[in-house]
Ligand binder design. Structure first.
Ligand SMILES: C[S@@+](CC[C@H](N)C(=O)[O-])C[C@H]1O[C@@H](n2cnc3c(N)ncnc32)[C@H](O)[C@@H]1O
Length: 219
């Protein structure tokens, strides 16, 4: 990435309370370069400029760390080009990751990126999220997604895979609260409750973001 984009990444992360090491910066830079290289052959993202990648993919993925903490097992459903899971893994390596996408070429990209970046405990899976319950029953502390699906679809897919004390985190844009309100009754009938809602501005932009956090209902 150009120096200006690297600086946007470092300062965006700092705004989130994350002081990136030189090694983490170099790994995220490498991820951006691999993304641009592969994107010429396969369609991974519409965002192709360094500044856009720095803020809208890298810093945006790291906003998840406002809520998620390691150690633990994290599942990213519909991870596409590896967002948010790869940047989060780089910055919070104590999280063991499973990254799932239904499109094989996206998973091939992630496998390559994980190798080039030297990520350990980062499993990639070419699969549909609906079909994971047998292989991963009640297995994850965190199940997350960004730009994946509506809340009821995501939550129903995540529930059989979530540990009893685990959390489901949906990364949303400015309409997150409204979506949560509209889905409230449906989500309660599925057996989850909203335990956190964070609304904030994506650092380095004027874009609004929200994080919706659910757990299995206690009553
Ligand atoms: C809009 S992309 C978002 C990718 C990434 N999370 C991001 O924010 O950049 C949605 C991704 O979900 C994947 N997907 C859609 N339905 C899926 C399913 N049922 N199981 C697994 N992946 C799915 C698609 O292949 C696509 O890569």
């Amino acid at each position: 990435m150009k120096p200006a984009a690297r600086e946007m990444l470092a300062s965006g992360a700092r705004t989130l309370g994350l002081e990136l090491t030189q090694q983490q910066l170099a790994q995220l830079d490498l991820l951006a370069e691999e993304l641009k290289k592969w994107n010429k052959k396969i369609n991974l993202t519409a965002i192709t400029d360094d500044e856009g990648i720095a803020t809208k993919h890298l810093v945006d993925s790291l906003t998840l760390l406002k809520v998620v903490r390691g150690p633990g097992r994290l599942l990213d459903l519909g991870s596409g080009g590896g967002f948010p899971c790869i940047p989060v893994k780089v910055v919070e390596p104590t999280l063991a990751m499973v990254s799932v996408d239904a499109v094989v070429k996206k998973i091939s990209f992630q496998k390559n990126a994980a190798r080039v970046l030297g990520l350990a405990n980062f499993e990639t899976l070419h699969a549909r999220g609906e079909l994971l319950a047998e292989q991963y029953p009640a297995s994850f502390d965190w199940i997350v997604s960004r730009a994946f699906s509506d809340l009821p679809t995501f939550v129903s897919m995540a529930l059989p895979l979530l540990k009893p004390e685990g959390r489901i985190v949906a990364m949303k844009g400015p309409g997150g609260k409204q979506e949560a309100d509209e889905a409230k009754v449906k989500l309660e009938s599925l057996g989850v409750e909203l335990v956190g809602l964070q609304e904030f501005q994506l650092p380095g932009t004027s874009d609004q973001r929200s994080l919706l956090i659910y757990r299995i209902s206690k009553n």
